[in-house]
Design a protein around this ligand. Structure first.
Ligand SMILES: Cc1ncc(COP(=O)(O)O)c(C=O)c1O
Length: 462
C-alpha cells in the first residue's frame, strides 16, 4: 500500500465475509456491546488512516479507533521498535506488580517499558506539577483510581461534582459521574454524593451572554459558585473530594467550553482549594493539537486521567495526593504488559519527533476549512481543536444516514451526543488524506441531503 496514492475503494459494505464475521462474533459477544459494522482484516495491508476490511474494501479511517490508535495503522517507527523487541516467553508479563527491565540504563533502555512510560507521562504533565503515576488498563480504571485517591486525600470528604453531558466510563464508580445518556446509569447502584452542574456548550459564551445555564443571568454567578456559596449553596466545600471535568466533552457531543467557563472553574477550585480531576481520556496525548486538552484552558488539573492514546489507563497527580499505605491502590495488570507500555511510550516519542502536535493543528484547520467552504445546507456548528473535529446534523436520523453514506464511499466516521458527527483522523494524517476524507464526507452529506429533499411519493419507483 502506497500512502501517497492509495484511495478508498468499496464494493459492498459490509460485504458477505464481513457479515459472516460479525454474525460469528455476535454468537458469543454480550449483546449490548457497542460495536461497529466494520471488520478490519489485520492480515491485510493497512497504513496510516487506510485499512483493508475482510471483503477487501479499502477504507479511510477517520475514527482512529475512537482515539485509541493515535498513529493510525502500522506506523513504521512503532513497528520498527516492536520488531526490535525480542518478545520474551511467555509474551504477556504482568504490569507494575513486578519490576522488569527492558535494557540498560533504566532512564533510556533500547526498548521503553512501564517505568519509561511513567517517566514520559510525567514529563508531559510537569507544567502542572504532576509527578507521579498509577497505571491501570482502561479509561474507567484511570477514573476509578482518580476519585479513590481524591477521597483518600480529602479524608472524610465524601462528595464530588460532575458536569451535565459528561462521560467517564462504565464501572460502577465511574458511571456514577456520567451525565450523558441514561443507558450508562439506569438501574445501576451508584456512589453517593455526586452533584452536577451544566457544562458550557458554547465556545463564545460570557457570564452575561451565557445561555447554557452555567452562569445565571440575574447576577452572572455560576451555578458551580452558587452551589458552594456559604449563604446560597447547599454543598459545603469541605465535604467535596473533587470536581471532575472533560476539557472537551467527547461522548457528550464534542462540546468545547468557553474561556469564561474554564476561568470560572479554575477560580472556584482555587477559592475552595478543591482537587480538579481533568479526564483527558479522549482529549489527551495530542488529539487537540496540544499534549492535553487542558493546555487550551486556564484551569490547572490536580489529577489527569489518560487512556485510549496512552494504550493503558493512567492516573497522574502530585505525589502527596496519592496514598502512601501499601496496596491502598494496586492492580496486577496495571500498565497492561510490557508490550502495551512500549507502544504507549513509542507513541509519545513519535508525536514529539515528528511534530505531530503541529500537524494535528494544521490538518484540523484544513479539515474545518474544507467543510465550511462546502457551505452545506443541513450542517451547522463545524468545530474543533486539533484533530478533534465535529459537526452537527439536523437530526439523529440525518446523522445516521450520513455515517452510512460515508461508509459506502469508504470513509469511517463516528457519531456522538444527540446529532453530532466526530472526526478523529490519526495525528500524522497528511494534507492529501484530509482532502480525500473531506471530499468523501461532503459528497455523502450532499447525497443524503438530496435524498431527504425528495418528495415522499418519489422514493418508490414503479
Ligand atoms: C472522557 C472519557 N472518559 C472515560 C472513558 C472510559 O474509557 P474506557 O472505555 O477505556 O473505560 C471514555 C471512553 O470513551 C472517555 O471518552
Amino acid at each position: 500500500m502506497d500512502r501517497d496514492t492509495v484511495e478508498p475503494q468499496v464494493d459492498s459494505f459490509p460485504g458477505e465475509k464481513g457479515e459472516r464475521w460479525i454474525g460469528y462474533h455476535r454468537q458469543f459477544a454480550a449483546p449490548s456491546t457497542a460495536a461497529y459494522e466494520f471488520v478490519w482484516d489485520v492480515t491485510e495491508e493497512a497504513l496510516g488512516p487506510f485499512c483493508t476490511d475482510v471483503d477487501g474494501n479499502v477504507l479511510l479511517d477517520f475514527t482512529s479507533h475512537i482515539a485509541a490508535a493515535p498513529l493510525g495503522y502500522n506506523n513504521p517507527v512503532l513497528e520498527e521498535k516492536i520488531d526490535e523487541f525480542d518478545l520474551p516467553t511467555p509474551t504477556k508479563i504482568a504490569g507494575q506488580s513486578f519490576y522488569s527491565s527492558t535494557g540498560w540504563p533504566p532512564e533510556s533502555p533500547d526498548i521503553p517499558g512501564i517505568p519509561q512510560l511513567m517517566d514520559r507521562l510525567t514529563d508531559l504533565t510537569s507544567d502542572y506539577g504532576l509527578d507521579t503515576v498509577f497505571l491501570s488498563n482502561t479509561g474507567a480504571e484511570a477514573v476509578e483510581n482518580a476519585i479513590k485517591i481524591c477521597y483518600d486525600h480529602g479524608s472524610g470528604a465524601r462528595q464530588g461534582i460532575t458536569f451535565k453531558g459528561g462521560f467517564h466510563g462504565r464501572t460502577l464508580g465511574a458511571l456514577s459521574l456520567n451525565r450523558s445518556k441514561s443507558v450508562h446509569r439506569r438501574g445501576f447502584p451508584e456512589i453517593s454524593g455526586i452533584h452536577d452542574v451544566p457544562y458550557c456548550k458554547d465556545r463564545g459564551c460570557t457570564p452575561t451572554t451565557c445561555d447554557c445555564g452555567f452562569f445565571q443571568s440575574e447576577d452572572d454567578m455560576s451555578l458551580l459558585r452558587e452551589m458552594l456559596d456559604s449563604k446560597r449553596g447547599y454543598v459545603d466545600p469541605a465535604d467535596l473530594a473533587y470536581i471532575i471535568v472533560e476539557p472537551v466533552q467527547g461522548e457528550g457531543g464534542y462540546r468545547f467550553p468557553s474561556d469564561a467557563f474554564a476561568e470560572e472553574l479554575h477560580a472556584v477550585c482555587e477559592k475552595h482549594n478543591i482537587l480538579l480531576i481533568v479526564d483527558e481520556i479522549q482529549t489527551g496525548l495530542g488529539r487537540t493539537g496540544e499534549w492535553w486538552g487542558s493546555d487550551h484552558y486556564p484551569f490547572e488539573p490536580d489529577v489527569i486521567t489518560s487512556a485510549k492514546a496512552s494504550q493503558v489507563g493512567a492516573t497522574i497527580s502530585r505525589r502527596e495526593v496519592f496514598p502512601e499505605e501499601k496496596a491502598r491502590i494496586s492492580s496486577t495488570w496495571g500498565g497492561g504488559d510490557v508490550l502495551a507500555a512500549l507502544q504507549a511510550a513509542v507513541t509519545i516519542d513519535v508525536i514529539e519527533e515528528e511534530s505531530l502536535l503541529r500537524n494535528a493543528r494544521d490538518r484540523g484547520e484544513q479539515l474545518k476549512d474544507q467543510l465550511r467552504e462546502a457551505d452545506l445546507d443541513s450542517i451547522e456548528n463545524i468545530r474543533g481543536k486539533g484533530l478533534m473535529v465535529a459537526l452537527d446534523f439536523e437530526s439523529k436520523a440525518a446523522l445516521e444516514q450520513t455515517i452510512r453514506a460515508a461508509l459506502d464511499r469508504g470513509l469511517l466516521t463516528l457519531g456522538c451526543g444527540q446529532r453530532s458527527m466526530r472526526l478523529l483522523p490519526p495525528l500524522d494524517v497528511t494534507e492529501r488524506e484530509i482532502e480525500l476524507g473531506a471530499n468523501l464526507l461532503v459528497d455523502a452529506i450532499e447525497d443524503t441531503e438530496a435524498k431527504r429533499d425528495l418528495p415522499t411519493d418519489s422514493t418508490t419507483t414503479t
